[in-house]
Write a protein that binds this ligand. Structure first.
Ligand SMILES: Nc1nc2c(ncn2[C@@H]2O[C@H](COP(=O)(O)OP(=O)(O)OP(=O)(O)O)[C@@H](O)[C@H]2O)c(=O)[nH]1
Length: 715
């Protein structure tokens, strides 16, 4: 939808191309086609381009624009999809496809001189650079455009270096192109002004020279008639007078004098006549305009231009004046006539023709050509046909076509002046050389521009690297959090101050970060250690009985599995014994619970002293009951060992807390010794030990009853 809108605006803009010089125009509507290709890719760009080209078709009336600009839009759109910047895409397009295609189409369809076509083609490429640069700059500088919904996203994030290079290249391209165009425009304006001034001066000078030439010669005839009037002695002196006069004024092709009847009395040059006397007798001019006008109307007469008879095919004018009786200046006696050679203009023409490439056309009051420079190939005394040029070429000069009045290409620049006698003088010079100057001028400046652009690209790339390389190095270095090596090796002196200060700041932050990290690691290590200690303590607390600090029943049961596994491997025997204090209730009742507790602690202490192997598991089984798990026991002496404990306990005197009495304790022990493979379930072992304990109690207490389970018994 947006590309459609862009297309409509482009159509309107393209209806008004910017005139530059001659048939060179610049179009800006295609800027929107490029924007469409950058934002939405090839197909939308094609849509915009079709609309934009329609604007051009309206103005230029040539349908080829659909092909050229359509292809351009597609190409730029596909470049966009491959992350190629529009300006680079445009340069590639015009070099590879655009210019050859434009030239080909131009050759086939354009109404242009062939030698002008390369220039128009190049102009089109330059035009494209301009609108592509404008479009790219617009997209870059109007955030609303590059945030446009649905626009094509870059496939890869572009590097800073590429972005900066492109931005600078764009700006320089645009400013160079515009300044080159402006420079050329003003240069051409000046050039046209010079041509105009020069032509106007020339036409004025030649018109003045022509008028003077005519007036001088009229004066010559007038003066000669007067002189002859006052000096006329005899009819025979007239020939000498005329020959003398003609010698002094050779611009007259021929001169003659007549009497009152129109008969010749003198002729010049006599060399032209084989028999002058006979000619004089046989010829008469009384019917000629110049005789009638001068003799009868008594005035100086200048004829229209005509081609002289008998004196070649040159255009001439006849100038005549009457001469009078010496004593009566109202009585005409005859006329003096001179036929003025108009080839005089040829001499003037010759003087400046080589220098200025200018030609002259002189017409009489009836628009017949009196004189035309040779290179124009125009016939003297034929009507001067020409058409004022009203075609499309943009120029401040006045243009005419002489050879092909219907051509859309102008032929000549001209200036015109009218002489006082109604003659018209035209100065014409071909238009093509001026066009050539314009072309050369533009070609030269664009060649320079191309060099400047390449340099710009190179320099902007270097400039952007000045920023991007150190930044990239910094990024690389800081990507690893390890302690940095030496900062001075990383950035050289060319790195910009801002980047260097950023680097130093980052370096300081990184150091702080590392210090902080070390500090944290230390704290964590300490905390972990404390936690581990606390954990161990907690575990101890969980596994132990708080009163006696012996293992508790849960721990003993759990440890039994592990112990049994171990003994299984070496086929060792395990003793499980339950130790129960005798008449403990009575102690509690008699001496109090604190005394009972003290007794329990003392029992635990004796147990630990007596069963002192690391592998022995001594636990408080409940109340005043203790359970012993004694791995790797020997069936031969375990009963003795248990009894030893029983006797040792009995020998201990336990002091009552806060009391002066001391008491002794006895205990009963029920036990079982069996090979580890006897049973995996501890309860089975305890059951037998408990049964034995029960019997020991029943048999009077303070004794040990042991069951030895041998492999035979088991089976
Ligand atoms: N002070 C103290 N007494 C306890 C503790 N645990 C259990 N007892 C007491 O131990 C006594 C055990 O009594 P009985 O089971 O009757 O056994 P006995 O009095 O020792 O008699 P026999 O075992 O038959 O010799 C009970 O009165 C319990 O209250 C303890 O942690 N501290």
């Amino acid at each position: 939808m947006f590309s459609l809108l862009l297309g409509v605006v482009a159509l309107i803009i393209n209806c008004y191309p910017i005139p530059f010089f001659a048939n060179v125009q610049f179009i800006l509507g295609n800027t929107l086609t490029v924007i469409s290709s950058i934002l939405f890719g090839p197909w939308y760009a094609l849509l915009t381009s079709i609309l934009a080209s329609t604007g051009l078709v309206i103005v230029w009336d040539s349908f080829h624009v659909y092909i050229i600009f359509g292809l351009e839009a597609l190409f730029l759109g596909f470049c966009r999809r491959r992350d190629i910047y529009a300006l680079y895409g445009s340069v590639i397009f015009w070099l590879v496809f655009g210019m050859p295609a434009f030239y080909l189409l131009g050759n086939l369809f354009f109404d242009l001189p062939n030698n002008h076509l390369p220039f128009v083609t190049l102009k089109q490429a330059i035009n494209s650079m301009i609108y592509t640069s404008i479009a790219s700059l617009l997209v870059l500088s109007i955030p609303k455009l590059w945030r446009f919904k649905g626009r094509i996203k870059d496939k890869q994030r572009r590097s800073l270096s590429k972005q900066v290079t492109y931005f600078i290249t764009l700006m320089i391209t645009l400013s160079l192109l515009l300044s080159a165009l402006l420079f050329n425009f003003y240069f051409l304006e000046r050039q046209q002004q010079l041509v105009k001034v020069n032509q106007n001066e020339t036409v004025r000078h030649i018109a003045y020279a022509g008028e003077t030439y005519l007036e001088n010669h009229i004066k010559v005839i007038e003066n000669a008639a007067y002189l002859f009037t006052i000096t006329n002695d005899s009819p025979t002196s007239s020939q000498a007078f005329l020959s003398n006069l003609h010698r002094n004024y050779p611009s007259f092709i021929s001169m003659l004098m007549t009497n009152e009847k129109g008969n010749f009395i003198a002729l010049s040059p006599l060399s032209k006549f084989q028999n002058p006397d006979e000619f004089k007798l046989n010829n008469n001019v009384k019917d000629r305009d110049y005789f009638i006008e001068s003799f009868y109307n008594l005035r100086v007469y200048v004829s229209s231009v005509f081609v002289g008879r008998g004196f070649g095919n040159d255009a001439i004018v006849a100038m005549s004046a009457p001469y009078f009786d010496k004593t009566d200046h109202t009585k005409a006696l005859g006329i003096i006539e001179g036929s003025l050679d108009l080839n005089y203009f040829d001499k003037i023409d010759y003087d400046f023709e080589g220098m200025r490439n200018q030609s002259i056309v002189l017409t009489d009051e009836k628009n017949n050509i009196i004189y035309a420079s040779n290179q124009l190939n125009l016939k003297v005394m034929t009507p001067f046909h020409y058409a004022l040029y009203k075609g499309r070429y943009q120029t401040t000069l006045d243009l005419i076509n002489i050879n092909n009045t219907d051509s859309s290409t102008p032929e000549y620049i001209y200036a015109k002046s009218e002489l006082s006698n109604g003659w018209k003088l035209y100065i014409v010079e071909p238009f093509t050389p001026l066009l050539k100057i314009a072309e050369n001028q533009m070609l030269n400046s664009f060649a320079m521009l191309l060099v400047a652009l390449l340099l710009t690209f190179y320099i902007s790339n270097k400039i952007s690297q000045l920023l991007s390389i150190p930044l990239e190095m910094i990024a690389n270095q800081f990507s690893q959090l390890a302690q940095s090596s030496t900062k001075h090796q990383l950035l050289d002196d060319n790195a910009p101050r801002e980047v260097y200060s950023l680097y130093e700041t980052l370096l300081a932050s990184k150091q702080q970060l590392i210090d902080h990290q070390l500090e944290l690691e230390n704290i964590v290590a300490i905390r972990t250690e404390e936690l581990e200690t606390a954990n161990t303590k907690l575990k101890e607390l969980v596994d132990r009985d708080p009163l006696t600090a012996l293992y508790n029943r849960r721990y003993a049961e759990h440890k039994f599995i592990e112990t049994r596994e171990f003994c299984l491997r070496s086929e060792q025997a395990i003793t499980v014994a339950v130790v129960d204090l005798d008449f403990f209730k009575a102690i509690n009742d008699t001496y109090g619970h604190l005394a009972g507790d003290e007794c329990l602690r003392q029992v635990a202490s004796v147990l630990k002293q007596h069963f002192k192997r690391d592998i022995d598991i001594i636990s408080r089984y409940g109340g005043e009951e203790f359970m012993l798990i004694l791995p790797m026991s020997n069936a031969l002496n375990i009963e003795h060992h248990l009894n030893e404990f029983r006797l040792k306990l009995n020998q201990i005197l336990i002091s009552i807390p806060n009391g002066s009495q001391q008491l002794t304790l006895t205990c009963s022990i029920g036990a079982i010794i069996a090979n580890a493979n006897y049973h995996h379930d501890l309860d089975r072992w305890i059951k037998i030990a408990d049964d034995n304990l029960y019997q020991a109690k029943a048999q009077g207490r303070n004794r040990t009853i042991l069951t030895i389970i041998s492999p035979e018994t088991e089976s």
